[in-house]
Write a protein that binds this ligand. Structure first.
Ligand SMILES: Nc1ncnc2c1ncn2[C@@H]1O[C@H](COP(=O)(O)OP(=O)(O)O)[C@@H](O)[C@H]1O
Ligand SMILES: [Mg+2]
Length: 282
């Protein structure tokens, strides 16, 4: 198997190359800050959904966002790859930096940003295309492969890294939608990996899966954190405890506290966190 690693730097887009050049400098500093959010406020029309959220998210680690339904976890997650741009009534204020670069600045192309910052949703959403095409699509539109052999190599390595290759190698041309739910979720993770992201956002990625498929995704998340900064929204505190090294607790649009997962779960500083983790509300 080839060790080819897809990188947007191959796209020949000078803006992209400079972003990645910057990323490269800090690529091996595990535990250092990858994402820095400062006083993020989000509004849906008149309604404010997030209030002054400031948070540093570590490189090469899994960070969980927890908190009761409607507290703003998904809204904050969507700020990190500017998915809120796609919601017309949504307005985002404040600063979010990735590797020190403001992602909301005019020179950032949201399409390029979303390749750097991939997203996985609750309901697996493969394209209505073959397994192969689901993974090949992104590298092709971003110009990451020069020919069929290179594209094949990206597809294989992405499916391997997503822990799916052995299950699909003999049926790459069959529809992605024909896979089981857990396989579909690994397929969309492979799709995200294929364009060489730095960050992978996951919004309740196991909520629609059975316990065995959930365990596989959790195992995969643990492997992927060696290479990526991962942020996962979960309503399962057990899952947050199993997969994440850091946890951020949100309540009513505010970030109440964040820190090492074991500290948040064993020794929370805020009574709201304590009430939530002991099941008093949520
Ligand atoms: N597309 C939207 N339009 C209007 N309001 C929204 C939209 N998405 C979320 N909200 C509101 O923003 C608040 C936070 O929602 P959300 O981020 O989805 O919370 P969580 O993911 O923690 O359940 C909620 O009050 C929700 O109703
Ligand atoms: Mg949500």
């Amino acid at each position: 198997m080839t060790t080819y690693r897809p990188s947007l730097a191959n796209s020949g887009n000078s803006m992209t190359s400079s972003i990645l050049g910057h990323a490269h400098l800090s690529a091996d500093k595990a535990g250092s800050t990858k994402i820095h959010a400062d006083k993020v406020n989000v509004f849906y029309g008149e309604k404010q959904a997030l209030f002054d959220v400031s948070l540093d998210i570590s490189q090469k680690a899994v960070t969980s966002f927890i908190g009761p339904s409607g507290c703003g976890k998904s809204t904050f997650l969507r700020c990190i790859n500017r998915m809120n741009d796609t919601i017309p009534i949504c307005k985002v204020e404040g600063t979010i930096e990735i590797d020190g670069q403001d992602i909301n600045t005019r020179s950032i192309d949201p399409v390029v940003l979303r390749a750097r910052v991939g997203m996985v949703f609750q309901k697996p959403n493969p394209f209505p295309k073959s397994i192969y095409e689901n993974v090949a699509y992104g590298p092709r539109i971003h110009g990451l492969a020069t020919g069929k052999d290179e594209l094949d190599a990206i597809v294989e390595s992405s499916l391997r890294r997503a822990g799916l290759w052995d299950e699909v190698a003999d049926r790459l041309l069959q529809p992605g939608t024909g896979l089981s739910g857990g396989q579909q979720q690994r397929l969309v993770i492979a799709r995200a990996i294929a364009v060489g992201p730095e960050v992978i956002l996951m919004d309740e990625p196991c909520s629609a899966l059975d316990p065995i498929a959930t365990a596989k995704i959790e195992e995969l998340i643990d492997e992927l954190r060696e290479q990526f900064c991962i942020v996962i929204v979960t309503h399962s505190m057990a899952q947050a405890a199993r997969v994440s090294q850091r946890t951020a607790f949100f309540h009513m649009g505010r970030l109440v506290e964040s820190g090492p997962t074991d500290e948040i779960f064993t020794n929370p500083k805020d009574t709201r966190t304590q009430d939530y983790i002991t099941g008093r509300f949520g």
